[in-house]
Write a protein that binds this ligand. Structure first.
Ligand code: FES
Length: 114
């Protein structure tokens, strides 16, 4: 059964640059727990998301532009982890970015391939 049809979720798109490919991904709010899960399911990345979304390992770093609303702010351990890694400037932890319309039309680049 198609969850999107049942709940009539609005579809939205984001662009992913990963493994030297660029793909436009269609998704909807809640289809994936967070951006890290979406990236792992779409690209089968090795060593990506080792702490399973706790925001502590830093292996899910991505470069993101075009975030809106609540997706802009960092919560939980994200700022501290990025600070420890000495990372700044548009880099985020994919596990801390929820899948909702605040990431509509965002461009995501997997950091290890920058
Ligand atoms: S999965 Fe570990 S920081 Fe994101």
């Amino acid at each position: 059964m198609d969850l999107r049809t049942e709940t009539k979720q609005k579809l939205f798109f984001l662009t992913i640059k990963c493994l030297e490919k660029e793909k436009v991904i269609q998704t909807y709010t809640g289809e994936y727990r967070n951006l890290m899960v979406l990236l792992n399911e779409k690209f089968y990345l090795e060593d990506f998301g080792e702490c399973k979304g706790m925001g502590r390992c830093g292996t899910c770093v991505v470069k993101v532009s075009g975030l809106k609303g609540t997706a802009i702010s960092m919560e939980r351990n994200e700022a501290a982890t990025l600070d420890k890694m000495n990372i700044k400037d548009k880099l985020r932890l994919a596990c801390q970015i929820m899948i909702n319309e605040d990431i509509e039309n965002a461009v995501v680049e997997v950091a290890k391939h920058l």
